[in-house]
Ligand binder design. Structure first.
Ligand code: FAD
Length: 316
């Protein structure tokens, strides 16, 4: 059985949970087995995970799971995997998954692939998982040789697919350790859709010249109902907050529309945005490398082009 950890934020399942279940279901199909989901904490609508391919949902509610503690969550997932006989465990490759994957692998003496971006295959009889390496310039096909295998799935690497109906939910009781950490405060960084889930993104680079000029990006984002993003040097210079930085070392996104203004299109930037469905590039340099990756390009001064684009969007 493939066991998928379906993460909920404030009791709600986000796109990332639906992605990992879709991935788990497709992995289960490759192995000819079932996909089950695991939910930790009190969540509404756990049965809805069946729509994405989980034939059963396990749920553990416990005071120890109220705030995220990697050590406690690791025990919960490992014990359910052992109890239910999971041979593959799937997690999201976000901050939670990155925190748990290694611990889980050590606890279960399992081989793991962090950051996979394709559904496993049985290449030459071996369970093989693909992951990007060298900033997405190449792929590594990794064979997992252990009885239990752990995969964390890179965000936005496979499209969500609805294949089933509501699943049955089974409440489990697992003995959990006391958390060793305490969350003192949660602070929401922005009122907009978080970048990993955004369908529309307007992004700015060093071509904006300074933080005081970000109004042209904000205005277009506002008109479109989009989320704002930026290149790494912009975040490194404190022009924009770090959670907006996209690319190899930032957030990887897969929106329907990515508008990049004043960004050159370095390979490290492209590594996080080249899965966008449609890329629009605005750059005054016709030779900027980003144009090669663009679906639409405007060669021009962003300070002239963006306000015109915003005005045009507002008309509709
Ligand atoms: P620049 O390269 O300076 O480009 C600015 C662009 O704006 C130019 O193309 C210019 O023609 C254009 N421009 C200027 N004025 C205007 C105007 N008025 N109108 C229109 N266009 C204009 N970068 C990331 O973004 N994300 C990452 O995750 C990341 N990870 C990295 C990891 C490593 C290990 C390394 C070494 C680098 C990484 N980088 C990353 C940095 C990356 O290599 C580039 O340096 C960076 O993406 C460049 O940012 P930029 O395009 O905003 O700036």
């Amino acid at each position: 059985m493939v066991l998928v950890y379906a993460e909920a934020t404030n009791g709600q399942f986000k796109k990332v949970a639906h992605e990992v279940i879709t991935y788990g279901k497709q992995t289960a199909d490759v192995l000819g087995t079932e996909c089950h989901a695991l939910v930790l904490g009190d969540t509404a609508g756990a049965e809805s995970l069946g729509k994405y391919g989980a034939s059963k949902v396990y749920r553990i509610t416990s005071p120890q799971l109220e705030a995220f503690d990697a050590a406690v969550y690791t025990v919960a997932i490992a014990e359910v995997a052992k109890q239910q006989g999971a041979t593959v465990i799937v997690l999201p490759h976000n901050s939670t998954g990155k925190n748990i994957t290694g611990r889980l692998a050590a606890r279960l003496e399992a081989g793991s692939v962090p950051g996979a971006n394709a559904v496993p295959t049985m290449k030459e009889g071996f369970f093989t998982v693909r992951k990007p390496v060298f900033s997405g310039k190449a792929f590594a096909d990794v064979q997992l040789l252990t009885d239990v295998k752990i995969i964390s799935v890179a965000g936005n690497s496979i499209p969500v697919a609805e294949t089933g109906t509501d699943a049955t939910v089974e409440d489990l009781t697992i003995s959990l350790p006391e958390p060793k950490t305490k969350v003192v405060k949660h602070q929401v960084a922005t009122g907009r859709v978080p970048l990993p889930e955004a369908e529309l993104v307007v992004s700015g680079g060093r071509g904006l010249k300074g933080p005081e000029n970000w109004g042209v990006i904000e205005d277009l984002a506002e008109a479109l109902g989009a989320t704002t993003a930026c290149s790494r040097p912009v975040a490194d210079s404190d022009w924009r907050p770090h959670h907006e930085h996209v690319g190899q070392t930032g957030v990887a996104i897969r929106p329907n529309l990515y508008i990049a203004a004043g960004i050159s299109g370095a390979i490290q930037h492209l590594a996080g945005v080249n899965n966008s469905k449609t890329i629009v590039v605005i750059n005054k340099d016709a030779d900027a490398p980003f144009f090669k990756a663009a679906d639409y390009g405007v060669v021009g001064d962003l300070f002239e082009v963006l306000p015109k684009l915003t005005a045009a969007v507002k008309k509709y």
